[in-house]
Design a protein around this ligand. Structure first.
Ligand SMILES: [Zn+2]
Length: 66
């Protein structure tokens, strides 16, 4: 199941919001604002559909090249 992720403003990592939904559901989701406990930095972030994205579950990206 694809998971909804957002970019952590502190670490720049793409982190899971804890939501899992398929692309079709994501497309029809209204713009909602929610909060999440960030697994990357431990802070609580406010996020909305505008800043999140739905992407297929996949292995962690290899380190990006500079
Ligand atoms: Zn964070």
């Amino acid at each position: 199941m694809p998971m909804v992720t957002m970019r952590c403003p502190c670490t720049g990592q793409q982190v899971p919001t804890g939501l899992d939904m398929d692309q079709a559901s994501w497309e029809t989701l209204p713009v909602v604002v929610s909060t999440m406990r960030c697994p990357a930095c431990g802070a609580e972030h406010v996020w909305s559909k505008t800043y999140a994205r739905c992407e297929p579950a996949r292995p962690v990206d290899p380190p990006s090249h500079p």
